[in-house]
Structures are given as structure tokens and as C-alpha cells.
Design a binder for this molecule. Sequence first.
Ligand code: ATP
Length: 227
Amino acid sequence: MPRQATDAGPLGLLGGTFDPIHFGHLRLAEEAREALQLEQVALIPAGSPPHRGMPQSPASARLAMVELAAAGNAGFMVDAGEVFAEGPSYTVLTLERLRAQHGPARPLVLILGADAFAGLPGWHRWQDLFELAHVAVANRPGYAPHGRRWPATLSQELDAACAGRIATDPAVLRQSPAGKIVPFDMTPLAISASLIRDLIRSGHSARYLLPDPVLDYIGLHHLYCKT
Ligand code: ATP
């Protein structure tokens, strides 16, 4: 029998372009799951991301790579909702969809790297995100220098939005469905999708920066070979 939404533990949500998915993303999801005691983490590839240029790979290829990367980890699931949606992939719309799907009581936890968090005020209806989910912010090398958990500078409006929301104990994530901001530390991994695309384009090896099945998929489909 399906469990009631109120019984279900917090669900982590990691959206990204995943062009391609790499070990930085996967450690972010895995360490968030452990550190924040999440029941599962949904990996959500963006269809047409509104905040950046078009991805180099089609959404279907990015989805396939995410499925390959998540295979075998029962703590991960893949949500293809943005890939098949019409129009730009706004996170707030995805959260509204997931809130409707999981009910008003289930804690949802949007997982962001510190760089993505710092850019939040540029996102569509960004203040509404806190009504729909908690936000977990991971330290990411280069964006949180000297071991600081937060980006060196937060814009005034983001600073103001953080007031009264920051919590350090992950247990708060179970006490309400949304609204808290929880920083957490993750193993620093200076891997980015752009680095991987550059390596492949210039004929260098990207092995050990991403799962072998994903690298094999890239090779088979000749992705990232040209600009
Ligand atoms: P690109 O290099 O193309 O900008 P990216 O590697 O930053 O891509 P995205 O798909 O834009 O990957 O990132 C999705 C999410 O994963 C963001 O919240 C981002 O902060 C986080 N992230 C990406 N790489 C890492 C990493 N190495 N460590 C921690 N978080 C990461």
C-alpha cells in the first residue's frame, strides 16, 4: 500500500543542466542524502534552463546520462518532468508540481551548490521557493572560500530572505514541509560540466571525473566533440 504523504521522510531535489552529470553532482546528492537524512534524492534534469545558454546536449541525452548515473543507487530517483515540459524550466513550477504530487505535509528539500544559491534572486518567483520547499546549501570549492559555508557575499535581498530561516540541525527538515535554509559541508570536488566538455572538446581524457557508463554514452553519441 502506498505510504501516506505525512509518513514519508524528506525528499531531496537536485536540479541541474547535467550537461553532463558528473561526480560533483553525484557526491552532492549522496552527501546531502546522508547529512540531511533524506529518504531519497530526485535528480531533475532541466529541459530548457532559463538562466543560461542552451545546453550542448539535447534534453533526451542529458536525461539518459542521468539515468545511467543514478542506476544502482536506491537512494536516488530520476524525475523527467522538466525534460518533457513545454517552455522554460522554472524551478518554482517544478516545486509546485512536486508539492501537488507529494501532498502538503511531506518535507521537500531543494539542494543547491553555494554558487547556485548566491544566484537565487535572479530566479523566476524566487521568494516563493521558500513556501514550497526547504533549501539545503552545499559548500562548493571556489564559492565558499576558507571553509565558510556561505558564498562570500550574498546580495542584500537574499540576506534579508535568509533572516529567521537558517538552521544548522538537519532535524528541522522533518518538522515542517518547507521554509528553512540548512547549510551543509560536502567533500570539495572541483569538477564542473564545463571542465568536462572542454576536456573532451580538446581531445583530453575526462575519465574518473564522471561515471564510466556516462563517459561511454558520450563517446557513443559523439557529444561535446565540437563547439
Ligand atoms: P556547468 O559547468 O555547465 O555550469 P555544473 O557542473 O556547474 O555545470 P549544473 O548542472 O549547472 O552543473 O549544476 C547543478 C547543481 O549542482 C548546482 O546546484 C551546482 O551548484 C551543483 N554542482 C555542480 N558541480 C558541483 C560540484 N563539483 N560540487 C558541488 N556542487 C556542484
